[in-house]
Design a binder for this molecule. Structure first.
Ligand code: PHB
Length: 361
């Protein structure tokens, strides 16, 4: 009898201990390092919106832990990146870093994340190296590699019969890798990139380069620009009279989130991306409706990637029973044995304002 009472007391005690532990589960500190100023400012805000939307839909918790946000504006400036990421890691002691847009900044984040064994989810920056040579069990990405949309468009351009191309982009990892992917597939398909034009990020003095394109007279131009720079490039391309004679193809960032500001100047552009706003599936429709309700505007690819980053965090943390220390339980263990590979090719092709089902035959 006494034994039964003791057992009941022990069970009750355990119950109290569990509910006490749940009530006291420490907050999950999420460090958002994103651009909130400069040419990529709107991209950073869309990523944060998407991330917060998913967390709000889960009642403000991930893996049972209330989410607390810490924010740093990285200004898309690689020179300030190490100091900025250290504010989140060393000063604020965040459990997970979420960022960023710019590849050069993301490289610095990946290094600090590795050195400090801090979880990092990259919601945009496509630098090939962060999931290639720098691949490790603390680094995840909810987006793309810069090479991917470029390669997909190189195939499309060659299949459409273009033979002579010029590429134009910002001179840093994103532009180089995007234009490099295009060139690789375009030349495999029988075309030739006759000139690789570039200007420093975030410069938008396109005029001399547009004059050069007019004198080269290629069959097609491939471009990577994004954010404020993408708006200006598309407008300048049309104003220079080039749109009428030389088709403009690009990674989908040229129009994603920027289409409204570009207006009719974006008509007829052909782009490739891992996401398109014309997707016809229940999950995407629910996401788009929820985002529009929350923010009174349509989501773009950056909002999707922010939402996906939060979903990845939830799945990983659930697998680790809410404990950020259990990194090996969060991802694919093969990643630690050098199993990082470039992702699959991207089939989604977008034509001006309407979606095509896949690469043009
Ligand atoms: C990048 O720097 O990797 C980058 C920036 C903006 C984009 C895409 C990629 O839209």
């Amino acid at each position: 009898m006494r034994g039964a009472i003791a057992l009941a007391a022990a069970v009750l005690g355990a119950g109290l201990a569990v509910s006490g532990a749940q009530a006291q589960a420490p907050k999950l500190k999420v460090g958002l390092m994103l651009p909130y100023s400069g040419t990529y400012a709107a991209l950073g805000t869309a990523i944060e919106n998407g991330f917060r939307l998913y967390v709000t839909e889960q009642g403000g918790r991930i893996s049972g832990r209330e989410v607390e946000y810490f924010k740093v504006d990285d200004e898309s400036d690689p020179a300030k990146a190490t100091d900025n990421v250290n504010k989140l890691v060393k000063r604020d002691n965040v459990d997970v870093l979420v960022g960023t847009v710019h590849s050069g900044v993301a490289m610095a984040m990946a290094k600090v994340a590795k050195d400090n064994d801090t979880l990092l989810i990259i919601p945009n920056a496509g630098a090939v190296a962060v999931t290639g040579p720098m691949c490790g069990q603390t680094i995840f990405r909810s987006s793309f590699s810069n090479w991917q949309p470029g390669y997909a468009m190189g195939e499309v351009a060659a299949k459409r019969g273009h033979r002579k191309a010029v590429t134009i982009t910002w001179k840093y990892a994103a532009g180089d890798e995007s234009a490099g992917g295009f060139k690789e597939a375009f030349e495999k398909g029988g075309g030739q990139v006759v000139k690789e034009l570039s200007l420093p990020f975030p410069n938008v003095e396109f005029q001399p380069l547009l004059t050069e394109i007019a004198s080269i007279k290629p069959d097609v131009v491939y471009t990577f620009f994004a954010g404020g720079g993408a708006v200006k490039f598309v407008k300048d391309y049309a104003a220079a009279g080039l749109k009428k004679s030389i088709p403009l193809y690009g990674a989908g960032f040229i129009t994603d989130g920027t289409l409204e500001a570009q207006g009719a100047d974006a008509d007829g552009l052909l782009t490739t991306l891992h996401y398109g706003d014309g997707l016809d599936n229940a999950k995407d429709k629910a996401f788009r409706a929820s985002y529009e309700r929350a923010y009174k505007m349509a989501p773009d690819v950056y909002a999707v990637q922010g939402y996906d980053a939060a979903q990845m965090l939830a799945i990983g943390l659930d697998a680790a029973k809410g404990d950020v220390g259990r990194k090996a339980d969060m991802g694919d263990r093969r990643r630690d044995q050098g199993a990082c590979r470039p992702g699959p090719r991207l089939p989604h092709v977008r034509h001006g304002h309407s979606d095509l089902p896949g690469p043009v035959p």
